[in-house]
Design a protein around this ligand. Structure first.
Ligand SMILES: Cc1cc2nc3c(=O)[nH]c(=O)nc-3n(C[C@H](O)[C@H](O)[C@H](O)COP(=O)(O)OP(=O)(O)OC[C@H]3O[C@@H](n4cnc5c(N)ncnc54)[C@H](O)[C@@H]3O)c2cc1C
Length: 304
């Protein structure tokens, strides 16, 4: 039985791992990937110590730091269930592996929200993408659509007007992002906005060929001929495997107190998967550190 299992190797999980290792806890870091959302971030300008650094490079540096310590790491497995057992917890993964620990930190972050319209699933990776930063350069000189009206969508649109031939920005609402981004996007001469429009369908057989949209007011439908669609409509917490054991808020985030405690003894949560506001790398890393220190205190008390 491990003393501590940390689920998720984004900024929160990897920072927790370093803090746990420095306390010499027998720790397993268990994650689907290493880097989390940091891998989909182009330039990070707000992580202290670096004026700017690519998200991928920053996550590599996190990983190198974790690997300086003798902790077990397992990747490529998704946790599917967490339950209480005598003396701690059992973590089950989609590869039918079981791990047991006296304490657990959940740091599973968030993932992009889907539109859930016909064609989206079939054409994922064939023109349908959730990361303009990662996939934008693949659509040089083509027509693309960006879906969403918040900061992520506006940033994606701002990037894509420099790369694509023409960009359609389709939003269910008026634009809700920062004014500075709205102004930049509005000044582009190769961008057309369809506000208060919904996406009905992604069209295409083996690749995206277009999208069907509908005006919410007039109900008029139209088709936009695009080869790429960037869906930027927010993120949802990766909290499903933990539904039965922790309290979730209405957004599906794990509720924690200011010490990252979930209310279940020995079970902590940190980073974007929690109700802690301001989803940022530096915040997630700080919360990961706090959770590991709190888990250490808990394990010390347990052994007395
Ligand atoms: C496009 C974009 C740009 C951003 N730009 C910035 C920026 O410039 N500056 C900034 O500070 N922040 C930025 N952010 C926010 C920042 O990336 C997040 O706040 C931060 O990554 C959260 O860290 P986390 O460790 O909580 O979660 P995540 O980074 O989401 O990591 C979660 C980890 O958990 C793993 N995981 C998930 N579910 C499971 C499961 N069931 N089983 C096992 N493992 C699992 C994942 O594989 C991943 O390793 C950006 C985010 C996005 C999407």
């Amino acid at each position: 039985m491990y003393e501590l299992v940390i689920i998720g190797a984004g900024p929160a999980g990897m920072t927790a791992a370093v803090y746990a290792a420095r306390k010499k806890l027998n720790t397993l870091l268990l994650s689907y990937d290493i880097g989390g959302q940091g891998l989909t971030t182009w330039l990070v300008e707000n992580y202290m110590g670096y004026q700017f650094i690519e998200g991928r490079e920053l996550m590599q540096k996190f990983e190198e730091q974790v690997k300086q310590f003798p902790i077990d790491m397992k990747t490529g497995e998704r946790v599917s269930n967490l339950s209480r057992i005598d003396g701690g917890f059992e973590v089950r993964t989609d590869k039918s592996e079981n791990y047991q620990a006296k304490a657990v930190i959940i740091a599973t972050g968030k993932r992009p929200r889907q539109l859930n319209v016909p064609g989206e699933g079939k054409l994922k990776g064939r023109g349908v993408t959730y990361c303009a930063i990662c996939d934008g350069p693949l659509f040089g000189g083509e027509n693309v659509a960006v879906i969403g009206g918040g900061n992520s969508a506006l940033e994606a649109a701002e990037d894509m007007v420099k790369i694509a031939d023409h960009v359609y920005l389709v939003s269910l609402t008026h634009l809700t992002g920062d004014q500075i981004l709205i102004d930049k996007v509005k000044s582009a001469n190769n961008l057309t906005m369809f506000l208060e429009h919904e996406v009905l369908e992604v069209k295409g057989e083996s690749r995206v060929e277009g999208i069907k949209i509908r005006d919410l007011k007039s109900k008029q439908e139209r088709e936009l001929y695009v080869s790429g669609i960037f869906i930027e409509i927010g993120l949802i917490p990766n909290s499903e495997p933990f539904k039965g054991i922790v309290r979730l808020n209405r957004l599906g985030e794990i509720e924690v107190n200011c010490a990252d405690e979930t209310g279940v003894l020995g079970l902590f949560a940190a980073g974007d998967v929690t109700n802690v506001p301001e989803k940022q790398i530096v915040v997630a890393a700080g919360e990961g550190a706090k959770a590991a220190l709190k888990a250490h205190h808990y394990l010390q008390r347990l052994s007395k």
